[in-house]
Design a protein around this ligand. Structure first.
Ligand code: C2O
Ligand code: CU
Ligand code: CU
Length: 459
């Protein structure tokens, strides 16, 4: 594949307060307490954050492919909530979508999420009730599901990219605007990696690092590349990449929409103090350093070719010859009535729609599924963007493969989120192998919360 054809979508802190573990090794329950937090992004501390500890970002949660996880989410706030595990193909009842798969968790209540991740890779978690309010104030964290067999890296680095919208005193600016919600979303102004600005992480010189980059922002489509030639893309949206994907560059950065992830294998520079950098292109600004990996210690003399390919996850491959085609149109809403918000918050508007129907809110009664799929059958979903804005379209519970676009060649990479470009009509294929009602929405949260949402039923 020629480079120009290719446009993709175009520090562990477990054990800190709020993420306590107990119980026997076999069935450890990890308690996650949603609570208000305070943290200094710049000189002055910011109050009113939402995290899982009083003074730090939500921790990286670790699991192992095929091993049960027990996560007890305690709501230590006064708002309702529900936690979603983005990209994990687990039982519908554990998916964390209010009204669709569970009732919202009230303040002081808890919900136990028990599931077994079928796939290894880089995933993440975020609330799906009060979604915009809680995510914009910090509640987005990374999940690492380890391979049953160690793939042989010297170290691992998680980078959670997300922005905050702060004033000069460190206080929060309004976390959404009607103007933004009706266009590309309201962008933050403090860009962070793991809540830090351009953090530097030490890794063994000449060693092989697995760099897991997650875009957990509510709005921003990041344009990324690395400053080092010694790297390879090894996974996309959690799933191993089986084809040769060119490394992004300053001229052709990787587009990674809200909700998306990319894993790089990075060979650290040989001499101590040298860095490999994660860089972002921002409109009208010089290239921004998001994070740096710095070489320390003696040269490990590893080689990218030492790595064997990651084993594919057990995702069923769709049978295109028998697949039924279903159409979905993403655009403005013709109506624009006020949404019905239940307990999960509303932005007060309907701007967007799927198939010309705005999702009237999380608690919407009488809103049926956008489509009903038969369990075990293959489908092609034709996604048409009739708006000038980009939409990272995310489907819960099922993995899919992009197969065709009117604008570009799409690499056939297994994913859960398809970044739909302006005027794009893209086809994605899947096997409907996980029963339940699966949320299907734009991951620009202001779009999701103002109509660009719905669900697909698998029976
Ligand atoms: Cu990460 Cu319904 O979303
Ligand atoms: Cu999801
Ligand atoms: Cu959108």
């Amino acid at each position: 594949m020629r480079r120009r054809d290719f446009l993709l979508g175009s520090a562990a802190m477990a054990g800190v307060m709020g993420a306590a573990s107990w119980g026997s090794a076999r069935s450890t329950v990890q308690q996650l307490t949603i609570q208000t937090a305070r943290f200094a992004f710049r000189e002055r501390p910011t109050d009113g954050l939402v995290s899982l500890s009083p003074d730090a970002p939500p921790p990286v949660l670790y699991g192992t492919q095929g091993d049960p996880m027990h996560l007890r989410v305690v709501n230590g706030t006064e708002d309702y909530t529900a936690m979603h595990w983005h990209g994990l193909r687990i039982a519908n009842a554990m998916d964390g979508v209010p009204y669709l798969t569970q009732m919202p968790i009230a303040g002081g209540e808890s919900f136990e999420y028990d599931f077994t991740p079928p796939d290894a890779g880089t995933y993440w978690y975020h609330p799906h009730c009060m979604t915009m309010a809680q995510m914009a104030h910090g509640l987005t964290g990374v999940m690492v599901i380890r391979e049953a067999e160690d793939p042989g890296f010297d170290s691992d680095q998680v980078i959670n990219l997300r922005d905050f919208r702060l004033d000069g005193n460190g206080g929060f600016l309004p976390y959404y605007t009607a103007r933004g919600a009706a266009r590309s979303g309201t962008h933050g102004n403090v860009l962070t990696a793991n809540w830090l600005q351009a953090p530097v992480y030490d890794h063994p010189a000449g060693g092989l690092v697995r760099l897991r980059v997650v875009n957990s922002d509510t709005t921003r489509i990041y344009k990324l590349h690395l400053r080092t030639g010694q790297a390879r893309i090894i996974a996309w949206d959690g799933h191993p990449v089986e084809i040769d994907v060119p490394l992004p560059s300053v001229d052709e950065p990787l587009l990674i929409g809200p909700g998306q992830r990319v894993d790089f294998a990075v060979r650290m520079p040989a001499s101590e103090g040298q860095t490999a950098d994660l860089l972002a292109e921002l409109p009208g600004q010089p290239t921004r350093t998001m994070a740096q990996l710095r070489s320390v210690g003696a040269n490990q003399k590893r080689d990218l070719r030492d790595l064997k390919p990651l084993a594919a996850n057990p995702v069923s491959r769709p049978d295109l010859s028998s697949a039924e085609m279903l159409d979905f149109v993403f655009g403005w809403t013709p109506e624009g009535g006020p949404p019905n918000d239940g307990y999960c918050g509303s932005l007060g508007y309907s701007f967007w729609s799927i198939n010309r129907t705005p999702w009237a809110g999380d608690a919407a009664k009488g809103t049926g599924p956008l489509a009903t799929l038969k369990r075990g059958k293959s489908y092609v979903l034709r996604l048409r963007n009739e708006s000038p804005n980009l939409h990272p379209i995310h489907l819960h519970g099922l993995a899919f493969v992009p197969i065709r676009s009117n604008l570009r060649r799409l690499p056939p990479l297994v994913t859960d989120t398809m970044l739909l470009l302006k005027d794009e009509v893209a086809e994605i294929a899947l096997v409907a192998d996980n029963p339940g009602d699966w949320a299907f929405h734009c991951h620009v949260i202001e779009h999701q919360k103002t109509g660009l949402a719905g669900y697909i039923r698998v029976t």
